[in-house]
Design a protein around this ligand. Structure first.
Ligand code: AOF
Ligand code: ZN
Length: 379
């Protein structure tokens, strides 16, 4: 049976509800659910607020009460089938007398998958794939982290129209407008971790917190991201650094052979292998694995150009958000340093997902163009 216009409307609302959990549900997904009663009227709605809390389906069922009987549950993610921190939603939907379940995206989490089959076995009509693209986009960080076994990486930079992040004398305040800077706080609030390299830590002494008022989110909704400084030689993070203030946790990543004794008692330290020969810094896959182990599902990579180059070289950038100010410098560092690309054929090609005017600036969001297998003639 095909899906109805009312179900599509309900899914759009469920996707919007799910987004309210962005930044607070990690390591769990964002999920939204709308229950339609037997006559197609909205009877309940809910979203997942925090890991360990009720799943979206349970919130929506709670609101719908008896009206759920004979109704339809519209969910952004396939209902779970497992008892984890909470009970299985598939069973809860069966118990509530739901007649039909429409979900957008199958659950790739091996521990939780199988809900659709459980529902079908109980005689419930199950439909998958409604507005799958939109729902997938809304949950892209979590889905990517489950599929790849590493956090989703969003690289953000602010530059002039000629791609420079500072002037020749090193001055960089403020290239972009207050509107753009406020938008960055929203990105920080939605990320599990904010990562910077030693160059940025040294020159900017950034605090890296998500400033609530500027993020546009409510205070109670903001979970401060883990602040990560990649300080390979353990020479930059020192007592008094703003990144060590008490407002959010901090992790300093250093090389296995670095002397980090001065950091004892100051900040947790993770020791990682150095990058492969020919590259500076730490192994990016090892850094991402260490963060994944700490339940980090999404990373906001904030700089600078050297670390961004290492991430691009490692194939570890999933999304680029560029804030471009209508200004020219003509000299000064570029947003991206060496990424191991030496010839035009190797350029990392991107597809533009969105362009937005932010005050005087332009925000461009782009994702790496998927690599398609070469056709037989090209082989
Ligand atoms: C959520 N919220 O609304 C839905 C989820 O840690 P647990 O026991 O809460 O289970 C988390 C898993 O449940 C999660 O990875 C996903 O596969 C599934 N569905 N999770 O946190 C929800 N529907
Ligand atoms: Zn569930």
């Amino acid at each position: 049976m095909a899906t109805s216009a009312a179900e599509a409307d309900a899914m759009r609302r469920a996707i919007a509800l799910a987004a309210r959990g962005l930044g607070s549900t990690s390591p769990n997904p964002v999920v939204g659910c709308v229950i339609l009663d037997a006559s197609g009227e909205t009877a309940g709605a809910g979203w997942h607020h925090r890991a360990g809390g009720p799943h979206a389906e349970i919130e929506a069922l709670r609101e719908a009460g008896e009206r759920a009987r004979g109704g339809t549950a519209v969910v952004t993610l396939e209902p779970c089938n497992h008892t984890g921190r909470t009970g299985p939603c598939a069973q809860a939907l069966v118990d509530a007398g739901i007649a039909r379940v429409v979900h957008a995206v199958p659950d790739p989490n091996p521990a939780a998958t199988g809900g659709a089959a459980t529902l079908a076995a109980a005689g419930i009509d199950v439909e998958s794939g409604l507005l799958a693209e939109e729902a997938e986009a809304g949950n892209i960080a979590w889905l990517t982290s489950v599929r790849r076994g590493r956090p989703y990486v969003l690289w953000k930079y602010a530059a002039t129209l000629d791609g420079r992040i500072a002037a020749a004398d090193g001055t960089s305040r403020w290239i972009t407008s207050p509107e753009s800077r406020a938008d960055v706080h929203r990105l920080r609030a939605q990320a599990d971790a904010v990562v910077v390299g030693s160059g940025t830590a040294r020159t900017d002494d950034p605090q890296l917190g998500a400033r609530v008022r500027e993020s546009g989110l409510l205070d109670s909704e903001v979970t401060q991201p883990l602040r990560v400084v990649v300080d390979s030689n353990a020479g930059v993070v020192k007592p008094g650094a703003r990144v060590l203030d008490g407002t959010a946790p901090t992790l300093v990543a250093v090389a296995e052979d670095a002397d980090a004794t001065h950091l004892e008692g100051l900040a947790p330290v993770v020791r990682l292998p150095r990058a492969p020969l020919g590259r500076r810094g730490l192994s990016i896959p090892a850094l991402l694995a260490a963060l994944h182990e700490r339940d980090v599902r999404s990373v906001l990579l904030e700089g600078g150009p050297t670390l961004a180059g290492a991430f691009v070289a490692a194939g570890a950038v999933d999304r680029v958000v560029a804030y471009l100010a209508p200004a020219l410098l003509g000299a000064g560092p570029a947003a991206l340093a060496d990424a191991g690309i030496t010839t035009i054929g190797e350029a990392l090609r991107l597809d533009v997902a969105e362009t937005v005017r932010l005050g005087p600036d332009l925000r461009i969001t782009a994702v790496p163009t998927p690599i398609t297998a070469p056709s037989p003639e090209e082989n």
